[in-house]
Ligand binder design. Structure first.
Ligand SMILES: Nc1ncnc2c1ncn2[C@@H]1O[C@H](COP(=O)(O)OP(=O)(O)OP(=O)(O)O)[C@@H](O)[C@H]1O
Length: 516
């Protein structure tokens, strides 16, 4: 193999916000033809580094950037990344739901003014050919709002790939798989491999999923507290050595891969009961949750599992059904979040930026909202509650006055969970609770949830992360076409059993239909 060709080289990159230096003389060399992982705990500086490349942040003086051996003056001017052949897929995907697929594909060149005139007929043909190449059945005329999560993520990635342009230098994927159901990640990585196949361009891939990183990257660079822990060949690493690099210590018993002891709920009466729930994607399902029990809901995209929790909380309307908490029944088509909260039912949605928080308010204001009564609130009391919660949930930085939206993604998630768990809930509904959360914080979140369950609350987790479900749950319900088609417990609760069951590869002994 010829010697690797560095196409992007970052030297001595520092970035300071106020008096907080979040990147400290970081160096990063990316070779043509490689998939390069960028890893680190929540708040370690990954997104900040990417935003410097995107020209969104100006770095501290003293940094240098070379692209294909040529010096690029810093800061990168707004939109300058396009001329360098760099494009980005951020976590929120930046698609416009009301525009069509083909309009979304072409929005970049139109906004950048590089294509003053567009033949939509030609663009649609090109889009169809592009989708066909990757075996995707997407209608270029369909509004993006009608696509499922996998299709949306792939559309964002294909758009970014197209936007690399002639220079085709670097595609940056900032946690593109967090909103992607498992089966979608295979397609994603086939796209990624195609991008680097001719060894002209490279992919920088940010992820907290160690299996994905070990399976799909060639080299990784790890950041810890804004300091590079070096670049390593992936084939020289194991999950444990990677954890050591990321966290700076081994996680031992806090390792989230170690499941808690199996618990026996036979003969325990229910704490909550869902009956005949009907939504646009769920067809008359029911299940019970017992005190201290963690029940998982999973399935492929469109199977209905992710429609259940918002319907139980009144965040999305149900067509029919009933939720009984204790001996207090409520009709689901009319339930509102206020009525759910009055029954001590809390819901942590998957998209913390859109549904879960007020990003422009401070951390203190965000996390104290559910525990404040009416009337005057002393700012000091507010800060004290927020500081205690930040300690308990390990929210970093420990600054109650920080603007919530400026926290890194994983720290937002820890704060959001802590906010609801402090209300002493009876039933906790969680959608993708560790999405975008690092391996250490994941262990902390699992511990918080186990504590809550030990306190007697019932927990329902909707997730497509089978490993998380296998570690956290006492029971997992597998959905297909709006029905529960399997109930997994005991030895059937492994990641592989759940995956096989979701994909319909295996029927296990404990399969039970919810249709009576
Ligand atoms: N605009 C900003 N103002 C102030 N502080 C910021 C700003 N943006 C980021 N930070 C801080 O910089 C640090 C690094 O954040 P960054 O988002 O780069 O982390 P990350 O490694 O991408 O984390 P995650 O895995 O959670 O996404 C964090 O402490 C964050 O609070």
């Amino acid at each position: 193999m010829s010697s690797p060709d560095p196409i992007v080289n970052i030297v001595g990159l520092s970035k300071t916000f106020g008096d907080h230096t979040v990147l400290k003389k970081v160096g990063l060399t990316i070779h043509a033809g490689e998939v390069h992982g960028l890893l680190g705990e929540n708040g370690s500086g990954k997104s900040t580094l990417i935003k410097v490349l995107a020209g969104f942040h100006a770095p501290d003086p003293g940094a240098a950037l070379q692209v294909r051996g040529r010096d690029v003056p810093l800061p990168v001017p707004a939109g300058g990344f396009r001329d360098l052949g760099i494009s980005f897929v951020h976590q929120d995907l930046a698609l416009v739901p009301d525009l069509s697929v083909v309009e979304n594909l072409r929005v970049g060149p139109v906004v950048a003014g590089s294509k003053p005139w567009i033949s939509w007929r030609h663009e649609k043909r090109t889009a169809r050919a592009l989708f066909e190449r990757f075996g995707l059945d997407i209608d270029p005329d369909a509004p993006v709002s009608t696509l499922n999560e996998t299709e949306r993520a792939l559309l964002a990635i294909l758009r970014a790939t197209e936007e690399l342009g002639e220079r085709r230098t670097l595609l940056v994927l900032d946690e593109p798989t967090v909103f992607l159901p498992r089966e979608g990640t295979d397609l994603l990585f086939s796209v990624v491999r195609e991008i680097v196949a001719d060894r002209k361009a490279a992919v920088l891939f940010v992820s907290h999923d160690l299996d994905e990183v070990l399976d799909h990257t060639d080299r990784v660079t790890v950041l810890r507290d804004g300091v590079s822990q070096g670049t390593h060949r992936t084939r020289d690493l194991t999950a444990n050595s990677l954890i050591d690099l990321i966290v700076g210590r081994s996680l031992d018993s806090a390792d989230p891969r170690v499941a808690g002891p199996a618990r026996d709920f036979d003969g325990v009466g229910p704490l909550a009961r869902v009956e005949n729930l009907e939504t646009t994607t769920v067809d008359g399902i029911g299940f019970e949750v017992r005190p201290g029990e963690v029940v998982g809901l999973t399935g492929i995209a469109g199977s209905g599992y992710d429609d259940v929790l918002p319907a139980l909380y009144g965040a999305r309307p149900a067509r029919g059904g009933r939720l009984t908490v204790g001996d207090d029944p409520v009709d689901l088509p009319t339930i509102t979040p206020i009525e759910a909260l009055a029954r001590k039912v809390v819901y942590v949605p998957p998209d913390r930026k859109v549904e879960g928080s007020a990003p422009e308010l401070t951390v203190a204001e965000n996390v104290t909202l559910p525990v404040l009564g009416s009337g005057f609130v002393k700012p000091r009391a507010l800060r004290e509650i927020a500081t205690a919660l930040a300690d308990r949930c390990d929210v970093r930085p420990r600054d109650p006055q920080a603007v919530y939206g400026s926290l890194s993604g994983g720290n937002q998630q820890k704060a959001l969970l802590g906010k609801w768990l402090q209300t002493d809930p009876v039933l906790v509904l969680l959608a993708e609770p560790t999405q975008g959360v690092d391996i250490g914080a994941r262990a902390r979140i699992f511990e918080m949830l186990r504590e809550t369950a030990r306190g007697g609350a019932g927990i329902v987790v909707a997730s497509s992360d089978y490993e998380q479900l296998s570690v956290l749950c006492d029971r997992v319900l597998v959905f297909s076409h709006g029905h529960v088609v399997a109930e997994l417990t005991g030895d059937n609760l492994s990641k592989h059993h759940i995956s096989d069951s979701v994909l319909g590869l295996k029927t296990v002994s404990s399969v039970r239909s919810d249709r009576k």
